[in-house]
Design a protein around this ligand. Structure first.
Ligand code: MN
Length: 314
């Protein structure tokens, strides 16, 4: 994924909300990724991060008979991991480490940019004609943000199940189970599948910030119905979360993590600590240095936008 909205200066972060549990919808906004309609759910007004999660885009559900609804040409990243999770369809990933992989439902595609990577994401020639999913970015902490770039795929594991409700661990830790996917700070990403009327009580890490994204159908928290494609801030201090399906089945994604505690600068596809790092990464990309080549993508790479103002730390 590439942030193709015209990036201006990063707005100063509003004060972190007070600690404590809440169930508060965050204002997302409609955007566009190379012609594919997307919903930008993080960062958003009033909330920049949930733990280390600093970016969340939702796309689809969409059906298509021809063409490539997902087609993001090679572009660079620094200082983050991209977490791609599909409910339907396929995405072909290629990157400058030479890795390629087709993401499909149930399998995490995880790319660690570390000091720098370039990648492309496109609908493969062999596809099911569907596309529905999310992409998230995890900010890397200081100790890990210059690591070597890497690409991994991991099947999600069932961590909780109860009468038609199922939780699958996508990344991180939940209920004493740890995903083999490489994580550089304490976090979790969990997909929930809820049959109509089904109920699941998930144990949470009370020190984490959590948020819940209903992706389809009828998803409720302690019987309170939620809107799909809206990210709900759950706050902190929760030891458990009761999620249930309503009259119809539902699917949702739970994310959480320890409060990040480091000021970051986010601009275009870069997560850094100051404007000089951003400008240096942009210039290196424009010169064709530092990030390597993405082999096999049928087209040109994405040019970086102009730096309109020096991005401010937050
Ligand atoms: Mn990307």
């Amino acid at each position: 994924m590439s942030d193709v909205s015209n990036p201006g200066p990063v707005e100063p972060c509003s004060a972190d909300p007070a600690s404590g549990a809440r169930l508060e919808p965050l204002p997302g906004r409609a955007s566009d990724l190379m012609g594919l309609p997307i919903r930008r759910l993080l960062p958003t007004r009033g909330r920049r991060m949930i733990g280390p999660w600093c970016f969340l885009d939702g796309f689809g559900p969409r059906s298509f008979a021809s063409g490539k609804p997902m087609d993001v040409a090679p572009h660079p990243h620094i200082g983050l991991q991209t977490v791609s999770w599909l409910l339907a369809g396929e995405i072909l990933h290629r990157d400058s480490t030479g890795a390629t992989g087709v993401g499909c439902p149930g399998v995490l595609n995880l790319m660690t940019s570390g000091r720098g990577i370039a990648h492309s994401e496109e609908t493969p020639e062999a596809h099911t004609g569907a596309l529905h999913g999310v992409q998230l970015w995890v900010a890397l902490p200081e100790a890990s943000r210059h690591v070597e770039p890497e690409f991994e795929q991991h099947e999600a594991r069932v961590v909780a199940e109860d009468h038609g409700a199922r939780a699958r661990l996508v990344m991180g830790e939940l209920a004493g189970t740890r995903s083999p996917a490489t994580a550089h700070s304490p976090l979790c990403a969990v997909e929930l599948e809820l049959a109509a009327g089904a109920r699941l009580v998930l144990p949470l890490e009370p020190g984490f910030e959590h948020a819940l994204l209903p992706l389809a159908g009828d998803v409720r928290v302690a019987d309170a119905p939620l809107a799909v494609e809206t990210l709900y801030d759950l706050g902190t201090g929760r030891r458990e979360l009761c999620v249930n399906g309503g009259e119809r089945p539902g699917r949702a994604l739970l994310i959480g993590g320890a409060p990040f505690g480091e000021r970051i600068v986010m601009w275009w596809n870069f997560v850094a600590r100051d404007a000089d790092e951003i400008v240096a990464a942009r210039e290196a990309w424009q010169r064709g240095e530092r990030f390597g080549e993405v082999a096999g993508y049928p087209g040109d790479r994405l040019p970086a936008p102009e730096v309109l103002a020096r991005p401010a730390p937050r």
